[in-house]
Ligand binder design. Structure first.
Ligand code: ADP
Ligand code: MG
Length: 694
């Protein structure tokens, strides 16, 4: 560290990637692996054995002693269980072994992962299987093998399996459209994803003193400091040395793992930062984002910092999200959301654009519910960007194109006849990098859509599964119409015009934070699901179940299992937070307030004895006592409510949302007032200004 590293030299050195496989595998093994990737068939055991041997040799050279099947259970984070390569030889010694069987299949005793009722108790095991589309890598002395995780009966227990299914599905339907436009070369349409990751970094020593941060990842208490982010002096500001050392270290570790870490900067709130990678295919991007979050945490610890990935670590300043940049691209690298140079290409672009617009409008609730999460409730629909209402920002040029198609006018010259799709040329659509609308939940930025509702701690798999599935559905429906059309051009014209007309309500270029937009959105009939408890139940609406089962992304049981898990997680997280508050009030906050007021009272008595004025002390004691009483009462009320949770998934989530969350706000208000009234030397833990301006 500190020294300059040679990036091209270190990039991907800890990954058993294509190049390494080519170098280390016999030619026919390499070819067999490649053909499995192309055809999607499973790897013959003899091939797996050769790959496993080569992988083990390579990993041991990199210092690995263990291997692990790495998977993405429905908790939203990743899981690993490490086995060493050792195998006894019978004479008291060991050799290092790793077989093809161990590479392709694992049986972690995974009965404690949430399964949403998918696994019966008699078959509580889960199985892992190598995903040969993702490369193995070495980290912290272990060989990591990216795997899918499923039950004995074959149900997906993870986030990766449905993601892979959705990628196949959107590729299949996109190819049908491409064929209609005369493309008979493309074999695969890929989804490109670039996930920008926001996070906070705070000193470890301060973090350690706060039970709320340690147990819940966010501050449950804290009066507003005199300075917030109103001066905008942190955004893109100079990065302080300790943080920039962390970032250098992080970049290097990510590069070694083949992750394309590209951009880093300070974000809006004090102590807030962002890392953006260069986009890659969706499955890879999902793995990379999980690894990035994991390494951020580890790397921070090395620098005596703590990385907070929570969506809202501090009240009153910006929270953290994730921007999911999403586009479709052919295997020869053509971006399907880029307007072309010829009328034909433009027509094809409009088909993909119209399908996206229609899909988002029709499945608003589905997409919204994939980002429903306790932490994200502090952003979406609260006083922060983006709003809980889904809409698409298209920008001026494209909106003008859309309107002229709908109104049958010409976009360059209203005097001229209507736009004929496939004949007229679109105005050039610039890749929007400047005046983009930051308040929109989905912004078209020239050749991709930026979906901004994701919470910073969440896996990006869920929203990408939804985007892919929705897109597959709409492209499939379009293909059905166009393949059967007698006159392709007029069918195309009608399809695009009708679709844009019917779904234009989802387009909104204005200020998404404004109250007017909320009223306007309601008039347009757009949904506004402000909380997890309100939003998640729409996930399993009959329409969504039909979509995901018809498209083969989830079985109904798999889909419902996810719903159960997410709902339960919401209740559990809220419960932990509320209980932590009770703990902190009774054991730390109230004792501090009471001690201070008792010390003040004694001083009042002493002063009065001496005939001195004690007005200020007396006034403070009164105010503090009142505040303590109220805090105590509110806390006891919340504790009582916590003993009264109704049974049932929906009933308990609703109760947490409608009763406990408002209780928590009440308790916090009193505690924060007490913090202001109490001398700092009495306060039991670091306050906002200590942490944010360390
Ligand atoms: P910003 O949003 O910070 O201004 P960009 O829009 O250039 O920056 O890029 C943000 C993210 O979008 C990066 O991760 C980038 O790699 C990714 N990205 C760029 N083009 C595409 C694309 N066609 N498809 C998916 N992601 C993309
Ligand atoms: Mg961006």
């Amino acid at each position: 560290m500190g020294n300059l590293c040679n990036i091209p030299e270190i990039f991907g050195t800890d990954v058993f990637n294509d190049m390494t496989m080519q170098q280390r595998l016999p030619a026919q093994t390499y070819a067999a692996w490649k053909s499995c990737l192309q055809t999607g068939c499973s790897l013959p055991l003899d091939v797996a054995n050769v790959i496993a041997e080569a992988m083990k040799e390579w990993a041991i050279e990199k210092g690995a002693t263990h291997y692990t099947h790495w998977f993405q259970p429905m908790t939203g984070i990743t899981a690993e269980k490490h086995d060493s390569f050792i195998s006894p030889t019978g004479d008291g010694r060991v050799i290092m072994e790793f077989s093809g069987k161990e590479l392709v299949r694992g049986e972690p005793d995974a009965s404690s992962f949430p399964s949403g009722g998918l696994r019966a108790t008699f078959e509580a095991r889960g199985y892992t299987a190598w995903d040969p589309t993702a490369f193995a890598f070495v980290k912290d002395g272990s060989l990591y093998i990216p795997t899918c995780f499923f039950s004995y009966t074959g149900e997906a227990l993870d986030k990766k399996t449905p993601l892979l299914r959705s990628l196949d599905e959107v590729s299949r339907e996109a190819l049908r459209i491409l064929r209609l436009f005369g493309d008979d070369k493309t074999q695969r349409v890929q989804v490109s994803v670039g996930a920008e990751q926001e996070y906070f970094l705070i000193p470890k020593s301060l973090y350690a003193q706060r039970e709320d941060l340690r147990l819940t990842g966010r501050t449950l208490f804290g009066a507003q400091p005199p300075k917030g982010q109103e001066l905008d002096d942190h955004y893109f500001g100079t990065i302080r040395t300790r943080v920039s050392n962390f970032m250098k270290d992080l970049d290097e570790q990510l590069w070694r793992l083949g992750i394309l870490a590209k951009t880093k900067h300070n974000e809006g709130a004090p102590c807030q930062h962002e890392l953006a990678p260069i986009y890659s295919d969706a499955s890879n991007a999902c793995d990379a984002n999980q690894l990035t979050m994991m390494i951020m945490k580890k790397c921070a610890a090395k620098h005596d910092l703590v990385c907070l990935l929570h969506e809202k670590p501090f009240a009153g300043i910006s929270g953290s999200g994730k921007h999911n940049n999403w586009s479709l691209c052919t295997d020869s690298g053509k971006n399907l959301f880029k307007a072309g140079d010829t009328p034909r290409q433009n027509a094809q672009f409009l088909v993909f654009l119209a399908a996206f617009i229609k899909g988002i409008d029709e499945y608003q609730d589905f997409l919204r519910s994939t980002v429903a999460y306790a932490g994200n409730d502090h952003r979406l629909g609260a006083n922060e960007a983006p709003p809980a209402i889904l809409s698409i920002f298209l920008g001026d040029e494209l909106t003008a194109v859309m309107e002229s198609i709908i109104n049958g006018t010409n976009y360059t010259d209203p005097e001229k006849s209507l736009v004929r799709i496939g004949v007229d040329v679109l105005p050039s659509i610039p890749k929007d990098t400047t005046d983009r609308n930051r308040t929109s939940p989905i912004a078209f930025t020239g050749n991709k859509f930026e979906f901004r509702m994701l919470g910073s701690s969440q896996s990006i798999a869920g929203p990408n599964i939804a985007l892919n599935t929705i897109m597959a559905e709409e492209l499939g429906k379009f293909a059905d119409v166009l393949e059967n059309a007698e006159d392709f051009d007029s069918a195309l014209q009608k399809l695009i015009c009708d679709t844009l007309t019917e779904h234009q309500r989802i387009i909104f270029n204005g200020n998404g934070y404004s109250l007017q937009w909320q009223a306007e959105a309601e008039r347009r009939g757009l949904s506004n699901l402000r909380s997890t408890a309100k939003s998640l139940p729409t996930y399993i609406s009959p329409k969504n179940i039909e979509l995901v089962t018809k498209r083969g992304i989830f079985t109904e049981a798999e889909f419902r299992a996810r719903y159960e898990i997410h709902m339960a997680a919401y209740s559990k997280i809220t419960r932990i937070e509320a209980k932590t508050m009770v703990d902190m009030v009774l054991q730390q906050i109230l004792p501090a307030g009471l001690k201070y007021s008792s010390d003040l009272s004694e001083s009042v008595l002493r002063k009065q004895k001496l005939g001195l004025s004690a007005d200020s002390d007396l006034d403070l004691v009164r105010r503090i006592s009142k505040c303590c009483d109220k805090l105590y009462r509110k806390t006891e009320e919340m504790a009582a409510h916590l003993r009264d949770i109704p049974a049932g998934t929906e009933a308990s989530a609703d109760y947490y949302s409608d009763v406990i969350v408002p209780d928590m706000e009440d308790v916090r208000r009193s505690a924060d007032l007490l913090e202001r009234l109490t001398a700092k030397s009495y306060w039991p833990y670091p306050i906002y200004s200590d942490i944010l301006y360390y």
